[in-house]
Design a protein around this ligand. Structure first.
Ligand code: NAD
Length: 559
């Protein structure tokens, strides 16, 4: 007879300064894995879904249970290998080697598509790792908020005199990442108005104060937005509805929005994007009963959605794709001009990438918010000339509630990241911070991703689809001794459309970590300069000429 087994319950991440593992690198991986699944952090904890459609932290409950026990017994000269969310091996390695190496959702080119992925997923052989979900360094919606703020501010600088004051930004999708849009627009002084098909998602953003108002109809949402625009009030309005319907409604109005974008989970036509004229319950049923039909309807709705965006553009609004592969979905529905509006990277972010700039995040493993306060104050003191950083940190302190383990994010460039790492490690060593911290980043970074419809769209030399770069990025981070490193396929834009890598490194106060932090943070962000200098960007060549730590054999430094 079968034994009565107690059901495994997902634990909360441990906090404090006591180890549950044999070293802090393993402990950090354990805490960050469980932080990804923290009830305040994960979008659907019971199904191990962290964010971004079905971006997961572990393949299934059994794998999670074994991941936890393996991390707890993992030695300081061992490395755990994780294949699409399942722990598959522990090998002897060296003390300075990464403790965990992760590969998620990678498929051989010819098979790298959702259909094949779904077949494997059904057989329990694969998991979708998105970006920071499967690489255990998601920090809740805050993780994307500064990047979103950077994007909107860059748009404001280019189009509207450096502020969104009195401007309306129309968008859709208020999920894990998209939920950062309302607050980012508000911090940039503008008015956000956007819809989501799922009222629960909107309520979650209201609760965390990422969104200010919930309108009861399209009419109410739009009239509120117009009034706020007129009064130059910085705020945000959400409304329940399908993006294709809401955008069509707004198109019929006399006054149009200033900026238009979208962050529905269009990268995933089956488990992410919801077709119009379907309730959430009906969508759920059709997904399992008739996935082919579901995807057909999803693509059709993406087509309508993009048609409206093209019309907004025609009528003078600034329109951009926000990294969810919506345009490619619309192409499948026959919208030939879908790519007539640009992606956000070529439109607004690439100059930052040329300086090795990107999303630098850190997590207080202690669980104590004071550790973040001490570190962010010290960071502002370290870079007194960086006004954008100061403004951001002040806004983040005011507006952002921590989710799970306290953490912070800010965009730092190549010339700043290693110095920040050294600072944080010193703060731990001097016990100004109560336990070790980790530094990580999104895979959406300057030198860690190949994604022709997003980060590497319209590269100067046409090298958009060259995926060697993220592989080199991961390998140099292994060589430098990051704590855990991951290589993924399909994040952001869906299976087959991107290749990218992540890294996380510990600050435990030791002198050994001083050295490893310098190696990793220099080479990780240096890859952004290399990638863009190699592609012919003058700005990256200028950055290269200012670097001291590396060279490019085919490219003499400019004087
Ligand atoms: P998510 O799955 O957590 O949220 C997506 C939201 O879209 C959900 O709330 C869902 O209800 C809503 N939605 C789906 N179809 C809709 C429709 N037709 N109309 C209105 N709402 C709809 O995903 P997320 O983490 O918020 O990411 C959103 C998208 O942005 C993904 O495609 C992701 O890959 C991409 N992304 C972009 C960036 C970036 O920096 N630009 C970063 C990460 C992710």
């Amino acid at each position: 007879m079968e034994q009565n087994k107690t059901k495994f319950v997902i634990p909360l991440p441990p906090t404090g300064s006591t180890l549950n593992c044999k070293g802090w690198h393993q402990e950090a991986a354990l805490r960050c894995l469980l932080n990804n699944l923290h009830p305040e952090v994960a979008e659907d904890r019971d199904n191990l879904i962290v964010y971004g459609g079905k971006g997961k932290a572990a393949r299934d409950l059994k794998s999670l249970e074994i991941l936890i026990s393996t991390l707890k017994r993992l030695g300081n000269e061992e490395t755990l290998l994780v294949q699409s969310g399942k722990p598959v091996a522990v090998f002897p390695s060296q003390k300075t080697s990464p403790r965990v190496l992760i590969a998620n959702s990678n498929l051989v080119g010819n098979w790298s598509n959702w259909d094949h992925f779904h077949e494997l997923e059904k057989k329990g052989l694969m998991m979708y790792g998105q970006m920071t979900a499967g690489s255990w360094i998601y920090i809740g919606t805050q993780g994307i908020i500064q990047g979103t703020y950077e994007t909107f501010m860059s748009a404001a600088k280019i189009h509207f005199n450096s502020t969104l004051k009195g401007r309306i930004v129309l968008s859709a999708g208020l999920g894990g990442m998209g939920g950062a849009q309302p607050l980012s627009v508000k911090i940039a002084e503008g008015v956000f108005v956007g819809c989501d098909v799922d009222e629960e998602r909107i309520k979650k953003r209201l609760k965390s104060k990422y969104l200010d108002h919930l309108a009861s109809s399209f009419e109410e949402a739009w009239s509120m937005a117009l009034k706020f625009k007129e009064d130059k009030v910085a705020t945000s309005v959400g409304v329940v509805g399908n993006a294709a319907d809401f955008f069509e409604y707004v198109l019929k109005q006399k006054v149009l929005p200033d900026l238009v974008t979208d962050q529905t989970s269009a990268h995933d036509p089956l488990d992410g994007y919801v077709p119009k004229n379907l309730s959430l319950a009906a969508a759920k049923e059709m997904r399992s009963q008739d996935p082919k039909k579901y995807m057909e309807l999803a693509y059709q709705t993406m087509g309508d959605h993009v048609q409206s965006m093209l019309e907004f553009q025609k009528r003078g609004c600034f329109v951009f794709d926000y990294g969810n592969n919506l345009r490619a979905g619309a192409m499948k529905a026959g919208v030939e001009k879908a790519f007539a509006f640009p992606g956000f990277v070529p439109a607004y972010i690439r100059p930052l990438f040329c300086e090795g700039s990107g999303p630098f995040r850190w997590v207080a493993l202690s669980g104590d918010p004071k550790d973040i306060e001490v570190s962010e104050n010290a960071l502002c003191e370290l870079f007194p000339e960086n006004k954008k950083l100061k403004t951001w940190i002040a806004a983040a302190k005011k507006h952002i509630q921590f989710q799970g383990l306290p953490s912070r994010i800010c965009w730092l460039n190549y010339f700043e990241r290693a110095a920040a790492g050294e600072l944080f490690n010193r703060l731990v060593r001097e016990k100004k911070i109560s336990a070790p911290m980790v530094i990580g980043r999104d895979h959406l970074d300057c030198g860690s991703v190949a994604s022709p419809y997003r980060e590497t769209e319209s590269m100067l030399d046409g090298s958009d689809a060259v995926a060697d770069w993220p592989l080199l990025n991961a390998m140099i981070n292994v060589a430098g001794g990051a704590s855990w490193i991951s290589l993924h396929n399909g994040g952001g834009v869906g299976i087959g459309y991107s290749q990218h890598s992540g890294m996380v490194i510990l600050c435990d106060g030791s002198l050994e970590m001083d050295q490893r932090l310098a190696l990793v943070l220099n080479s990780d962000s240096g890859m952004g300069i290399v990638r863009h200098a190699d592609a012919g960007y003058d700005l990256a060549a200028q950055s290269l000429s200012r670097t001291k730590n590396f060279s490019m054999p085919c490219m003499p430094k400019e004087n």
